[in-house]
Design a protein around this ligand. Structure first.
Ligand code: ZN
Length: 145
């Protein structure tokens, strides 16, 4: 076995990063994001999302678990509480388990959340067929794009 070097620490001021359009093929309503960190060894990635009123993410599932902090607004996850999912109002924390399927993630008011993903996001057709898999590496390249 090789002795591994430690990963270098990082600190970033959010004001030093530009808001960029989240791919409109994966969302609607003008969602923007800032990619904050990628962890190649863990396959993890972290971002903050700005979600205008009426925006949503296209159907997807989380290959690994994820944790989020809703810092502003309201998020209806898995259809929201009216449809068996969760509705959270900021400030709120949430945990989504590995293979959590999100057919509907909607933001009825201007919202913002921070999330760390362990593993990729798989965007899917209504029948569950993956159509785009966003790993830590695709995410960092899309943001740098
Ligand atoms: Zn999700």
């Amino acid at each position: 076995m090789h002795i591994k070097p430690k990963v270098k620490e990082e600190a970033i001021h959010l004001s030093d990063l530009a808001w960029k359009e989240f791919p409109p093929t994966l969302s609607s309503g003008g969602i923007r994001w800032k990619m904050l960190h990628a962890s190649p060894e863990m396959g993890a990635w972290t971002a903050i999302f700005d979600c205008p009123a009426g925006s949503s993410f296209n159907p997807h599932f989380h290959v690994g678990p994820g944790e989020y902090l809703l810092t502003k607004g309201r998020m209806d996850v898995r259809g929201g509480s009216e449809h068996g999912g969760d509705t959270v109002l900021a400030p709120a924390y949430g945990y989504e388990s590995a293979n959590a399927r999100h057919d509907q993630t909607q933001f009825p008011v201007d919202s913002e959340f921070y999330m760390t993903f362990l593993g990729p996001l798989a965007f899917i057709d209504p029948d569950g067929t993956p159509i785009a898999v966003v790993t830590w590496d695709e995410a960092q390249r899309a943001y740098a794009g």
